[in-house]
Write a protein that binds this ligand. Structure first.
Ligand SMILES: C[S@@+](CC[C@H](N)C(=O)[O-])C[C@H]1O[C@@H](n2cnc3c(N)ncnc32)[C@H](O)[C@@H]1O
Length: 240
């Protein structure tokens, strides 16, 4: 793991590998909060798990211009990072539409345009939606699904297990969920391990990862992935 250079970070931001996350104390963020008020389901800052996950993906990059869905995107740091650094085509999904202006502000501060439909690498598109409504086709058309700090209520463990299974059935290559280690996250990890690991070319692992900058923190990454990349023609049979 590399130690990112934070020397050039603008005021009231955290910077990881050249990508900025505006803090809640940033003037633009405070202005939006005054205008728009709060969020309904904790999408009220850039959560630390997303920094740790992006540090992992910096060391383990996606193929160029991959399609990525950022589940429970909140202010969108993960998707913005992958659009900016790896030219990913990112669909950022959240149940709470009030996060969108914050995501747009964060994206603009990184020189990333938010669009209504993805047409080129390095773009980001916000889509209001809930985990349980995302279809096998929507999920399966993504190379990678990411989700940071999205498994914080008991009922989310089962919703996210079913989502991961739909995604794999649809052809998605990998799902990465980052978390501080709350009980629902471990329930999800245990369920994935028991039901998916070793079946039809799928590997499940939980990694512990620490970063030291822009702050020191340790989080867990649940990674559910096909052990060998598949194409449309050699796609493995559906799991579970
Ligand atoms: C703790 S925040 C994390 C935000 C962001 N991933 C980050 O790391 O900064 C959890 C996010 O998940 C969203 N969320 C919660 N339940 C959801 C659901 N059922 N479907 C879609 N999004 C959901 C919330 O609105 C919130 O933005």
């Amino acid at each position: 793991m590399t130690r990112p250079d934070t020397a050039t970070a603008p005021a009231n931001t955290q910077t990881l590998h050249g990508v900025h996350a505006l803090r809640t104390s940033h003037a633009g963020v405070r202005r939006l909060k005054r205008q728009l008020g709060g969020h309904s389901a904790h999408g009220n800052k850039v959560w630390r798990s997303s920094l740790v996950m992006m540090d992992y993906l910096n060391d383990n990059p996606l193929p160029d211009a991959s399609r990525v869905m950022d589940l429970g995107c909140g202010w969108g740091f993960g998707g913005i990072f992958l659009a900016k650094r790896q030219r990913a085509m990112v669909t950022a999904v959240d149940i709470d539409p009030s996060v969108e202006p914050f995501l747009q502000l964060q994206a603009a501060s990184n020189g990333i345009d938010t669009v209504t439909a993805l047409t080129a690498p390095g773009q980001l598109c916000f889509q209001p939606g809930r985990f349980e409504k995302l279809s096998k086709q929507q999920l399966g058309s993504q190379h990678t699904l990411i989700g940071a700090d999205i498994c914080f209520w008991d009922e989310l463990a089962e919703l996210l297990f079913k989502l991961i299974r739909r995604a794999l059935q649809g052809g998605c290559q990998q799902v990465i969920i980052a978390d501080p280690g709350r009980p629902p996250f471990w329930a999800l990890a245990d369920h994935c391990m028991a039901a998916l690991d070793g079946r039809r070319g799928i590997e499940v692992e939980v990694l512990t990862r620490r970063i030291y900058a822009p702050l020191k923190t340790e989080k867990y990454l649940l990674r559910v992935a096909r052990s060998a990349p598949s194409t449309g023609s050699d796609r493995p049979a559906h799991p579970g």
